[in-house]
Design a protein around this ligand. Sequence first.
Ligand SMILES: C[S@@+](CC[C@H](N)C(=O)[O-])C[C@H]1O[C@@H](n2cnc3c(N)ncnc32)[C@H](O)[C@@H]1O
Length: 311
Amino acid sequence: MKDHPQAVAPPLISPDEFATVADLLKRMTGIHIGSNKRAMVSGRLAKRLKALEIDSVDVYCTWLQQPGNAAEQDAFISALTTNMTRFNREDHHFIHLADHILPGLAAAARAGGRIRLWSAACSTGEEAYDLAFRMLDACPEAAQLNLRILATDIDKSALSIARAGIYPAASLGDLPDGFADRHLERGAGANGMARVAQGARDLITFRCLNLNGEWPFKGGFDVIMCRNVTIYFDEDTQARLWQRLADRILPGGALYIGHSELLPESIAMRFTQQERGAFCLPPDAPPRTQRRGADLNTAEAQRPDSNGGLG
Ligand SMILES: C[S@@+](CC[C@H](N)C(=O)[O-])C[C@H]1O[C@@H](n2cnc3c(N)ncnc32)[C@H](O)[C@@H]1O
């Protein structure tokens, strides 16, 4: 957790220090952080500065940008991102997916087709595992077919939790009846934690990726879930990202966006909205991307700890 209450609130960083941090974060991630978040930023950075025994925000920010400080750049990003998520968040998306999208994708995969899903900004993994659970229910033999889920986030600490796939038993209460019994092993982790079963884990590849950087893969996706992340970007950054994501949806596929996010009208008009935040591209829509090549395609991006060189 990034915001534990502290006995003594850390001192507020100055407006100039805040501006330096906000500018750096924007350049590294695309995240726009408003000055109303100065107390939150002060608290989160105080922990980094204390751990490093640095007492100046300016010194920290200058040092951070020097070559060789990639690990602290990751820690800086991790400290300032918000990873709030849970299983089955906005369950109407998963119900829509199961009812309208997955039966067709399962049939296509069984007929030898290549099927790709992407949880873009997967945080600690719950959303990606939700996709896997639904896919396995629609197609129990999914792992034997050419059917995979890519799950990406910019925060490497969140990705470590995602890869481990071990969650508090209490978090399973968000899942529909029967899901935990089918897809998780209770008590497999320490202290009553539950571990996602191998079947779901086998479908997912977790990678570090900055959505606002280059994407080290080509080709399209049948499903993209990009929820509750563009809210952290400014309007231009959002519009650019929505365009790139929409162009990666294959005909007959779907893009799911978060409840407080808005697809620009010029993009939304290419899709039919069948459910809140569920945008489907008609099967006869002109393809803007190729089905082939949706995998990460660089040696750098294959490393489990890699961000694909995207900063
Ligand atoms: C609030 S969580 C959303 C998680 C999940 N999609 C959901 O809806 O529950 C936002 C996530 O976006 C990630 N994020 C922020 N900026 C990003 C960027 N530029 N590229 C990729 N991920 C980013 C954060 O690290 C965080 O894990």
